[in-house]
Design a protein around this ligand. Sequence first.
Ligand SMILES: [Zn+2]
Length: 242
Amino acid sequence: MTSITFHGGVNDIGGNKFLVRDKNTTLLMDFGMSFSEEGQFFSQFMGARGSNALTDMFELGILPKIKGMYRRDYAKHVGFGGDEETEVDGVLLTHAHVDHCAYIPYLRPDIPIYCSEESKLIMQNFDETGTDQYLTMKEKFKIYENKKGEISRAIGDKVKIPRVIKTFQSGEKFNIDSINVNPLPVDHSLPSVHAFILETSQGMIGNTADLRFHGRRSKILKSLLMYVIELMRKRSSHNVIA
Ligand SMILES: [Zn+2]
């Protein structure tokens, strides 16, 4: 059985969080912030609380309550499990605009993020110029042994855990367990945006990402359109034979 659950991005601009299940594979396509949802409760200097952020985001209906998905330190701190295994096999990131990626810092660092090299560099920039934790998670409430051999409680940046980042190339297919992924470039207001065609056990799923038909690289949309047209041709010929 294959299913898609939309935890955001419906009747909204951005906030995409699409959960795809196929056989034993579970993927997220994007994990972004909805400006309209956050705008109802937060403003520039008033956001979710730091370590209690999950409680705030769950209560306000901004993040889905799915156990095993969120970083263990936050989950344990707010009594939302944290010891269970994760079901999520990866996040497919279309691009690094915050309405598609802003909640990645809440995820467990061992959930692989599949993205383009350019998206990785943009998220690295977020980390290096602010307090974000896209590529490196800074674990809280950690007891560790310092250089003097003393037991200490981690504060600040003491315990850093790199996330698993897997970069893909445009047009080069790859598998995540039972799902075959084809990342096709589209043009947008940010470099290296990718649509995804997912081949699941029960058919194809297409996610166009954010795209535009104008601009310097609008012609790259052709590769996506040609691929979709070819798929439709194959499908119609199959239907005729059937
Ligand atoms: Zn965008």
